[in-house]
Each structure stands twice: as C-alpha cells, then as structure tokens.
Design a binder for this molecule. Sequence first.
Ligand code: NCD
Ligand code: ZN
Ligand code: ZN
Length: 342
Amino acid sequence: MSLIKLPGLIDVHVHLREPGATHKEDFYTGSRAALAGGFTYILDMPNNLIPTITAELLEEKISLSKEKSVCDIGFHFGTNGENTEEFEKVKNNPKVFGLKIYCNHTTGEMLIENLELLEKVFSAWDSPKPILVHAEGEQLVTTLALALKYERVLHVCHISQKSEVELIRKAKASSQKVSAGVCPHHLYFTKDAVSKMKGYAMMKPPLGTQEDQDALWAGLSDGTIDLIESDHAPHVKLEKNPPAGGQPAFGVPGLETTLGLMFKAVHDGRISKEDVVRLLYTNPKKIFNIPDQPDTYIELDPDLAYVVPQKGFETKCDWSPFSGMTLYGKVQAVVLRGKKVL
Ligand code: NCD
Ligand code: ZN
Ligand code: ZN
C-alpha cells in the first residue's frame, strides 16, 4: 500500500438542497459527502425549492452554509430572466462564482425558453465570472451563439451527447471562451442502464448511447472537455422509485464516487493520474477562479480497489447508482487548512 497526496479537489456542480429540501440533503450532510469524496471546495447550484434568484435569498444560503458546512463552499446565482436587476448586487460577491441558466426542463423552477429573456440575461451578466448553462442539443447552439455575441465566458454543464462534444470542439477551435464539464454517470452508463435501474438511472441530461459515451471519453482525452463535475443531485429512494404511476425525480448523487470512478479510469488505462488532478483540481480552479486553500490536501492509495457499498454513505439520500462497482483510490484522509477533517 502506498499513499499519495493530492490537492483538495473542487466540484463546481453540486445540489445541496438547503434550504427547501433538506430531507434529501443539507449543508452538513452534503459537505460531509464532499470530504468523503476528496472535495474541499464545492460550488452549489441555485435550483432550490425557492430558486436562489435574489441577493436576499443568496445571503440566506450563505449564512446557512456558514453554520453547517464542513468544507469550503461557493455558489452559483440563479436566473429566471426576470431578476436581472439583482445581478449588480451579487456579481462581485466573493461567494458567487457564476450565473446558472436552465434552458431545458430539469429539477427546479427556473426554465428560460424565451429567446428574448435569454438575450436579456446574457446581456445583463456583465462579469468575468462564467455563465453556466444547462443546455442540451439545440439549446447549446443558441447559448454558444449568445455567449459569442455578448462576449461572455461560458461553461457548459454536464455535456452528454456526441454532437455536443463536436459543438464545443468547434467553438474552441474558433477561440471562443468556453469550457465544458462531464459527469461520471454519462461516462460509465448508457441508456441501456435504465431498463435495469429504472428511476435510479434517470437524470437530466438523460443517459446517451455507446457512441455518445465514446465521444465523451475522446473529448476528455483531447481537452475538449475541461473538467469533471459530479452534478451531485440527491433525491431519496421513494422519489426515485415512486409508487406505480409516479414520475421518478431526475438526478443522482455523485460526490462520494467521482474520484474513485476517475481512478478506475486510470486503472483501466483511459486517463493518467495527472489527468485526474487536471480534471478535478487545476482546471476547475482556473475556470472558476477558486481561491487557494493553503495546507490543504487529501491522501489515498490509487491502486487500492474497493467496492461501492449499497448504503452507509454520508449523503442523506444514502444510495448510489454505482453500488457494486469496483473503484480505486478511496480517500483515507483530508486536511483542510492544516486541520484533519477526515
Ligand atoms: C438536477 C437536480 O436534481 O437538481 N437533476 C439532474 O437530473 N441533473 C438538476 C440539473 O442539474 O439539471
Ligand atoms: Zn442540469
Ligand atoms: Zn445539476
């Protein structure tokens, strides 16, 4: 056994559900899950039950997180297109790292479908902090064009289709300021998983084909995709497996399995150890301008195999779509600013 040290990892896309849905997760359980997964800095999404679209709601989240979070946490501000006058109040807040726009149906009530509203948002977010988009297929084409028109920095969340990898590759080739993230579930499952796992394999964007998945791995290797984001989206089992006739909630937890899945990719010869650090630390830090965390690191043995259990996770939802899989490099210690926190 040989332990290695890595920097505390950064996850730029998590949903900790507080306030509003703390039966799924809260700042304490979610940040414990982050540490267990090797993350010392996480960025929380605004699609709470009451969306985080005013400075006041943002301040409420920040103060709740200060009381309860055991790792460092920042926030993405939300928009429904009607709150652009709030942007001035939040864009220089050091706890705000980006503006999130939802262009497709998913968990939460912030969908913007109207092109005029979308333009208004791109025009109003006058900041070097990225605009993050949930934009699938045609919506990605639209948001890339708007980011170019208004000279905004764009981060495309959870890309999942081959055509999207190609769009990003083309935009980068033309020097557009765009970055892209991919989620472990899209790298490891295809839509075939849904017949067996039912609601537990349902998320937005949905799982794709084998061809999509191959394109995602290729995009990771050639730098088209910049980072891994867990899109940790906890829902309790009853919400994922509702009584007959119910629609399962979209989203899967991921904070505690992301690093192990990336070391599995190293073990399988898909990526290198250096890639793991680039995708989960260096690039997220650079793209979202995450502050330094002095004397902060994690320890693990990248060659040590472990099996993802059925339960006993830190996340309050206490399940994983990866249960039963053999992963590598379970986090054994986390030191945050000189203090051992795991
Ligand atoms: C996310 C959630 O549950 O908040 N769900 C999901 O399926 N990914 C929302 C999102 O990231 O789109
Ligand atoms: Zn999304
Ligand atoms: Zn998400």
